[in-house]
Design a protein around this ligand. Structure first.
Ligand SMILES: [Mn+2]
Length: 269
């Protein structure tokens, strides 16, 4: 009957903190769980290594026992990079540079990467183009949310459409019992990517309460009052403890019993 992975590690926002991600990847709990769900926001930190983090995450993307969710930062960077590549091909105007320093840092790091590798482009191998296309493709292949047993995972919040999900997402088809669903684009940014979670519109009533019998796990909310520890409210747990956002704050991961949806243990790296 319940054919889903049993023990799931849910990993909150990384924001370019490659060192803490490396500690997590080398940990006992990472190795021992049945499945891993990343809540998105891999890139854009403060003086962090977003490119090194992206390279590690792109390796994770190849694993069948890993689900990478979309964060609002990936959405913005993927849109920028798509337009940049189209611009290079003469098909679009130049994209506008982001104003936020953390987002600009990622692009400056990409520029540095291009500087360091452009000599290799001459023989037909272009590491910059390869990396940028890999980031865009990984973003396009990532679901907005995933359900495993009694646990829902999304970057920003719960949406009632998550309860209606029946289809398997291509990316996670190999893992039986991992449900994801494509939503209408209009439903997505406001809830699942967390854009309006703090001031939800009336039509997203289900947003602040997990459906009965289920638990919801999100990231995104570092700006909330009790920022350095995970918080739980009406069945929705936020695991974002500010990793990569400047001060040396931990990366938090929750080990979850998917059969009940409950946390078994919290781990910090
Ligand atoms: Mn975030």
């Amino acid at each position: 009957m319940s054919n889903h992975p049993k023990r799931v590690l849910c990993i909150a926002d990384i924001h370019g903190n490659k060192e803490r991600l490396k500690k997590l990847l080398a940990s006992e709990v990472y190795a021992s769980v049945d499945h891993r769900v990343y809540l998105g926001d891999y890139l854009d930190g403060c003086d962090n290594d977003s490119i090194g983090t992206a390279e590690l995450i792109l390796k994770e993307a190849k694993r069948a026992d890993v689900t990478l969710l979309r964060g609002n930062h990936e959405r913005d960077q993927a849109a920028f990079l798509k337009q940049f590549m189209d611009h290079q091909a003469g098909k679009a105007a130049a994209p506008k540079a982001p104003k936020k320093k953390s987002r600009l840092d990622t692009l400056l790091q990409l520029h540095q990467f291009w500087n360091n590798t452009r000599d290799h482009a001459a023989d037909g191998h272009d590491p910059f183009r390869t990396l940028v296309l890999a980031i865009i493709n990984a973003y396009d292949a990532s679901p907005y949310f995933v359900r495993i047993g009694k646990a829902f995972f999304a970057h920003g919040g719960y949406h009632p459409a998550m309860m209606r999900a029946r289809s398997y997402h291509e990316r996670t088809e190999l893992v039986k019992g991992v449900y994801t669903c494509e939503l209408r684009e209009a439903e997505v940014p406001h809830v699942l990517l967390g854009i309006r979670l703090l001031r939800p519109a009336a039509r997203y009533d289900g947003l602040r309460t997990a459906p009965k019998g289920y638990k919801v796990y999100v990231g995104h909310h570092y700006g909330r009052a009790n920022r350095n520890t995970p918080w739980e409210e009406s069945g929705i747990t936020c695991l974002d403890t500010g990793c990569g956002k400047g001060a040396d704050l931990p990366l938090t991961a929750a080990e979850i019993d998917a059969t009940t949806g409950e946390v078994i243990a919290l781990h910090t790296f």
